[in-house]
Design a protein around this ligand. Structure first.
Ligand SMILES: NC(=O)c1ccc[n+]([C@@H]2O[C@H](COP(=O)([O-])OP(=O)(O)OC[C@H]3O[C@@H](n4cnc5c(N)ncnc54)[C@H](OP(=O)(O)O)[C@@H]3O)[C@@H](O)[C@H]2O)c1
Length: 241
């Protein structure tokens, strides 16, 4: 068992921001446990002894257990958890179905809760750890014509729990932060929507995966920063433009 090299867990890692985060942690010399429902099928990473893939829905407690067990048994520790798995269901408030609600709650809330609980247990033994959640700037900056109410009901909870968890564990060496994103060029959005999406940012363009990765790495390294919601949104949260 190796336990000097740091270990990161990234959920929702088969594509988009999650895959970018896995590559970045590997480049920085971390071991990485990468999860998504179909990550072994997608298998987007070069084969390496430093990456372990765990299939499974992050809303299921059994997936969280498998991820954390893999990190500890294969790599011996957990230094970083990135709660990145997410889905996007924009629609008018009155059109959200019970199924939409269930999948948003499961992916975003259960998907945060189970793996974070188990990771924090391990981090408490190590007396250190960093958690970064991925949220949206729409939580505190709703935009007319972009209806996402149930989406922000769930993502907004991540912003709230970031502060609560940061306070609960600050004295025990565990930091908890969130990046609140504008619209980022990932497979989540079809290229034909880019022209409209560009306009949702004062800087006049969409964000790139690297710009999110840079912010997550900053929070991972920022040892005096906890309970922070860092907006990575081209200025959208700052006001009206
Ligand atoms: N892109 C944006 O504009 C934007 C804006 C604000 C916030 N965000 C947030 O950023 C995060 C990453 O988004 P992205 O743009 O990179 O999305 P993406 O390209 O659609 O990728 C989403 C990832 O999550 C995985 N996933 C979805 N449901 C899952 C589940 N139940 N359990 C485990 N993995 C699951 C998917 O893989 P499988 O299908 O294999 O499970 C995939 O790897 C999400 O939390 C999203 O809400 C994105």
């Amino acid at each position: 068992m190796e336990n000097t090299r740091k270990t990161a867990i990234v959920t929702g890692a088969s594509q988009g921001i999650g895959a970018g985060l896995v590559e970045a942690f590997l480049k920085r010399g971390y071991n990485v446990v990468a999860n998504s429902r179909h990550i072994t099928k997608a298998n987007p990473f070069a084969s390496s002894a430093n990456v372990a893939l765990v299939d499974g829905d992050i809303g299921d407690r059994s997936t969280a257990t498998k991820i954390v067990d893999t990190a500890v048994s294969k790599f011996g520790r957990i230094d970083v958890l990135i709660n990145n798995a997410g889905i996007f269901i924009p629609k008018a408030f009155i059109e959200y179905t019970a199924e939409d609600f269930d999948i948003l709650v499961s992916t975003t809330l259960a998907g945060f809760l189970y793996v974070s609980q188990l990771a924090v247990k391990q981090m408490l033994q190590q007396k250190s750890g960093s958690i970064v959640n991925i949220s949206t700037t729409l939580v505190d900056h709703p935009v007319a014509g972009v209806p996402v109410t149930v989406q922000v009901m769930t993502k907004g909870s991540l912003d709230a729990v970031t502060r609560a968890l940061a306070i609960e564990y600050a004295s025990q060496g565990i930091r908890v932060n969130t990046v609140a994103l504008g619209v980022i060029k990932t497979p989540m959005h079809k290229p034909e929507t880019y022209e409209f999406l560009k306009g949702l940012h004062p800087v006049g363009r969409m964000g790139e995966i690297k710009e999110v990765v840079d912010a997550v790495m900053f929070l991972t390294d920022a040892t005096f920063t906890t309970g922070e919601i860092l907006h990575v949104d081209g200025g959208a949260h700052a006001g009206k433009w």
